[in-house]
Design a protein around this ligand. Structure first.
Ligand SMILES: Cc1ncc(COP(=O)(O)O)c(C=O)c1O
Length: 294
């Protein structure tokens, strides 16, 4: 999310107020949260950041360092513990917040909307002695069953202990990929995403941008040839507004989100996980070189 573009959107008068801004820390790089927060504040909007790629990531703003999920620049931060994520629990996720009101509301959403304080039906809540009945609870809002199982939580706890090591290894691998690409691939054909200074990137993904047109080969052909060499790649992501649901609901069409679309045309995610060896990175880049040069 580009703060300059966000500012333009916030200033546009559409007759509908923007209440929440949801930056995604794509691939694991913190977005410009301090700048986004300043704009949101001025507009009276909340920031809820999507940190599903960025657990453990850090950034600097105005001379201070902040952690994703523990920063004053977001009202709430969402994490995913899907099997492919840094901290995997099979499924599930978490929301962090420093705001007690949001916390209480989130807890109610998690468990069927139930609460054990601030009762409405006092005549049911209180015993003849004027104390809260020991069994009593209330449902004042609709909720869900969004609870993690204890087994998942135990798994997550053990995974969290390895997070620091995983981030270190991912950063080393990303730096090695960068070197290999620079030294071995024709200039300008393959570019890792730009990383801003002063961030600790979580490198959930190692995205490179490839000018497939210039290389005269389709992305599908590159992916299929890499797969035949035992190398799995993926595209993160197809622009959300181009999904049929959003096209139908909001009338979006190709061309409406030019930055996301031009990114999508070029994006390819190379293998990235802490157990990857440097020799694997070398093999990936070498195979890519063979394909792009053939
Ligand atoms: C950036 C981002 N946001 C949201 C999600 C959704 O997470 P979950 O599937 O755990 O709800 C994902 C999962 O892939 C993601 O990568």
């Amino acid at each position: 999310m580009d703060p300059a573009e966000l500012e333009k959107v916030l200033k546009r008068d559409t007759g509908r107020k923007i209440k929440t801004i949801i930056p995604v820390h794509l691939a694991g790089q913190p977005s410009e949260l301090g700048e986004i927060y300043a704009l949101a504040e001025a507009h009276g909007a909340l920031v809820v950041d999507d940190a599903c790629h960025a657990i453990g990531a850090r950034y600097r703003y105005d001379g201070r360092e902040y952690s994703i999920g523990g920063s004053p620049h977001a009202a709430m931060t969402a994490f995913s513990f899907h099997p492919v994520k840094h901290v995997a629990m099979g499924e599930g996720g978490a929301v962090t917040t420093a705001n007690p009101e949001y916390r209480a509301k989130l807890e109610r959403y998690r468990c069927h909307g139930l609460q054990k304080e601030a009762f409405v039906n006092e005549e049911m809540a209180l015993s003849p002695e004027g104390e809260t009945n020991p069994w009593y609870y209330e449902m004042q809002q609709l909720g869900y069953n969004y609870r993690l199982t204890d087994i998942q939580a135990a798994l997550g706890d053990s995974q969290l202990k390895r997070l620091g090591l995983s981030l270190k290894k991912r950063n080393e691998l990303a730096e090695y990929y960068r070197q290999l690409i620079e030294e071995n691939l024709p200039v300008g054909t393959v570019r890792p995403l730009v990383v801003r200074p002063d961030v600790l990137h979580a490198y959930h993904l190692q995205v490179v941008l490839i000018d497939f047109e210039k290389c005269g080969v389709s992305r599908a052909a590159v992916m299929n040839r890499l797969r035949r060499e035992g190398i799995g790649t993926q595209v993160h992501y197809i622009p959300v507004p181009l999904q049929p649901y959003y096209r139908q609901r909001y009338g979006y069409k190709p061309g409406d989100f030019p930055e996301a679309e031009s990114y999508y045309e070029k994006a390819l995610s190379l293998p990235m996980y802490p157990e990857l060896e440097r020799s694997d990175c070398w093999k990936v880049v070498n195979e890519l070189k063979k394909i792009l040069e053939s």
